[in-house]
Design a binder for this molecule. Sequence first.
Ligand code: NAP
Length: 518
Amino acid sequence: MRLECFVSNAWVTGSGEGRPLINPVTGSEIARADATGVDVAAAMNYARSIGGAALRAMSFAQRGALLNDIAGVLIANREGYEQTACQNSGNTKTDASVDIDGGIATLKYYARLAKGLGDATCFVEETRDQLARDPVFFAQHVMTGRAGVAVQINAFNFPSWGLWEKVAVATLAGVPSVAKPATATALLSYQMVKDVVDAGVVPAGVLTLICGSGEALLDSVTTMDSIAFTGSAATGEMISSHPVVRTSGARVTIEADSVNATLLGPDAVAGTPLFDLAVREVVRAFCTKAGQLCTNIRRVLVPREIHDDFAAAVKSKMEEFVIGDPADATTQVGPLINMAQRDEAEEKISQLLRECVELARADLPEGLNEKSSFVAPRLLSCSDPASASIVHGVEVFGPCVTLLAYKDLDQAMCLAAAAEGSLALSAFTNDATLQVGIAAQLGAWHGRILFVDDTVGRNHTGHSIVMPQCVHGGPGRAGGGEELGGLRGLRFHMQRTAIQGSPDMLDRLQAAGVVAQL
Ligand code: NAP
C-alpha cells in the first residue's frame, strides 16, 4: 500500500521509493509513504488562495459546524482506526483511545466553542483607549485570521490527536491546514483524512495532507504562513533556523520533548490516599503508549524518607504488567513504534544508568519476534539528583521512570526546574502552602501544573493527558510553544491590530466582531 498526498483538492502519489511504515510487533512492512515530485509549493498556494478565502468567508459558527462534521465522519469510521493504531503504532485499545478519541474530542470541543461565537469572523478587545484630548479619537485592538496557511508538522506518537488538535485551532481561526504526519505512523492520519475528504465535508483547499518528506514545506512558506511543529528539539531547531523559514517572516511554534516530573510532598507517605494516587499515575506513565507521550512523567521527585516505600509499591505493580501484542485485550504495555525507537530508548536508558541504578525491570514475554520493538519497562533511581545532569536532560521516549530522592523542599523545587522547562508537572500533596509555593516558584518552568490532593482524588484528567481547555506547550527545553487553551490557541493564527479612529467607526467594528481578550 502507498499513502497518497491530498494536494490542490486531488490525491496524488509520490514518484519515489518512499519510506516504510512497519508493524512494530512483527517488524513487517505495511505501507510506504512518499511525497517525491508532489508540487507542494503549488498546493500551498492553492490552500492560501482557495482554502483561505473559503474559511475567511465563513463565520466562527460555520467553521465550528465544519469541525463538527469532521468529528462526525471520524466517529462513523472509528472502528477501522483502532485496528490501524494497533498495527502501525503498536497501540493497545486504551492507547488508541487516547489518540483517536482525544482527536475527536478536541474537534468537538472547538466546535462547541465556535457555536457560542456566532456570526462574527474576528475578535475585538473590549477596552478602548482615548488617544486625543477631545473624545473623538480612540484605539481598540482586533484580531483577524492570518492570510496564509498553517503548516502542521507532527510527531509519530499522535497521528490522530496531533493532526486534529492543530486542524481544529487553525480552522476556527480561519486558516487552512497543510498537515504532515510523521512518516512512521502516517497510516492513521492518511485514513482519517481520506474518510473526511470522501465524505465531502471540507471545502476545497481547507485541508492538505503531505505523506512523506516535509522538506518542501519549509522551502515554500511565505510571510503570512505559520508552522506548528511537534517533535524532537533537534528537528525543531532545524526548522526554526531553516533559511526560508527565517527570512520569510512565517510564524513558528515548537512543541518539543521535555523531561517532565511529578513531585510527592512530604505528606504523601505510604498508607495515604495521596501515595496511592501517585503510584497509580506513575504506573500509567509506563503503560500508556508504552511511555511514548511527550507529557509523560520521566522523573519522580520523592522525599528521601518515602523513596523506598514508593519504589516497592511501583515495583510490585510492575511485576503484574501484561506486556505483549497490543491486539490482545489483556495487554497493558505494547511495543515502541519501531526498532529505531526501541534502540534509541535503550541507548538513552544506558545514558541514565551512568547516574542511576536500576530498581526494577518488568519481564518481556518469551518468544518475541526479533524484529519487534518492545522495551522492558524500567524503574531507575538517582541517589544524588542534585549533582546529576543526565537525568534532568535526557528524555527516554519509552517505558522508563526515574526516582529522585530529595532532602528538602528547596531542593525539590530546584530539581523540578533542573529540566530547564517542561510541558507538565504534577504534585501530590495536601499542604496548601506547598501548593501555592509550587505554583509561584515553578509556574514559569512549566506549561501545565496538576495538583492532586484529597479533594481532587481520582477526579482528574491525568498528568499526561492534554485537555483542549488548557494551554499545551512549555517553556525552554519544551520548545516555548503554546497550543490549545480554548480560544487562546487561536492567537498563533491571528494578527492583533490596533485600530485607531472615531468612536462611531469603532462601534461599527465592535458590532462585526466578538468581544474577547485572547
Ligand atoms: P522528529 O523526528 O523530530 O519528527 C517530527 C516531525 O518532523 C516528523 O513529522 C518528521 O517527518 C518531521 N521532519 C523531520 N525533518 C523534517 C524536515 N527537514 N522538514 C520538515 N519536517 C521534518 O520527532 P518524532 O520522532 O516524530 O517524535 C518524537 C519526539 O516528539 C519526542 O522527543 C517527543 O517528546 C516529542 N513530542 C513532543 C510533543 C509536544 O507536544 N511537545 C508531542 C509529541 C511528541 P518524518 O517522520 O517524515 O521524518
